[in-house]
Design a protein around this ligand. Structure first.
Ligand code: PGA
Length: 260
């Protein structure tokens, strides 16, 4: 189970470092409590060195929230994959709906970034998800299929650990209204079958499929209990250690129930 925090454009560097430190401290005082749960935090770019440093002795992985498709060059304000790997960043969120909406990122743009991430051994967390309008028009599944196909076009994955997918219905992000567990599962099954066609069951079955969109401690259990939901990409609830760990505790319960 992968519990990932997407901090978006929140916290300044000292606050971000402090949050990472609280996470590291809690895991070091209770190492047994979260068995089976992998943690990941994705802070803003400028936080990365401080957060990587605060988490250095922990098992928490660190990711960025975007990357440029080129290695270097005249791209004012952008951040490259070699820059990310140089600060020991392992993951990168790509194609988040906020990037698609505010920066007009297309599936082709995201695809170029996914290829770039893979070329530099960064694990892409590829985000897909339909808008409310698309869902109401009955197009949710075709939209998500198209996004998966477009963003993963020509991307070869040999190991399940090389890729993460996040289903984030746009209408659920930051709204407090998460998808119903069955609704989310339905879409995760679609994504899993697409990945199976693409990479074979051996690889596809192990690719973590995260649900994102108003995941909170109170709704995490139902979502994480679904067979094709392997974790969460958590926005606002990842900004406080209590709610972040509250979701992780639900993940542990689900793992225990599944094992029983
Ligand atoms: P939210 O954000 O949990 O605040 O809805 C999730 C995301 O956008 O990754």
């Amino acid at each position: 189970m992968l519990i990932a925090g997407n901090w978006k454009m929140n916290t300044d560097v000292p606050e971000g470092r402090a949050l990472a430190q609280v996470i590291a401290d809690r895991l070091s005082t209770e190492p047994q409590s979260f068995e089976g749960v992998d943690f990941l935090v994705c802070p803003p770019f400028v936080h990365l060195p401080a957060v990587v440093d605060a988490l250095a002795d922990s098992s928490v992985a660190v990711g960025a929230q975007d990357v440029h498709a080129e290695d270097e060059g005249a791209y004012t304000s952008d951040v490259s994959a070699p820059m990310l790997t140089s600060v020991d960043c392992d993951y990168v969120i790509l194609g988040h709906s906020e990037r698609r909406e505010y920066y007009d990122e297309t599936d082709a743009d995201v695809n170029a970034k996914v290829r770039q991430a893979r070329a530099h051994d960064l694990v892409p967390i590829v985000c897909v998800g339909e808008t409310l309008e698309q869902r109401e028009a009955g197009d949710a599944e075709s939209v998500v299929r198209r996004q998966v196909d477009g963003t993963l076009d020509g991307v070869s994955i040999e190991r399940s650990e090389d890729l993460v997918l996040a289903y984030e219905p746009v209408w659920a992000i930051g709204t407090g209204e998460s998808a119903a567990p069955e609704q989310a599962q339905e879409m995760h099954a679609v994504i899993r079958s697409d990945l199976t066609e693409r990479y074979g069951a051996d690889v596809a079955d192990g690719v973590p499929l995260l649900y994102g969109g108003s995941m909170k401690p109170h709704n995490a259990h139902g979502l994480l209990s679904q067979p094709d939901i392997d974790g969460g990409l958590i926005g606002s609830a990842s900004l406080a250690a209590d709610s972040f760990f509250g979701i992780a505790e639900e993940a542990v319960e689900v793992l225990e129930e599944t094992a029983a």
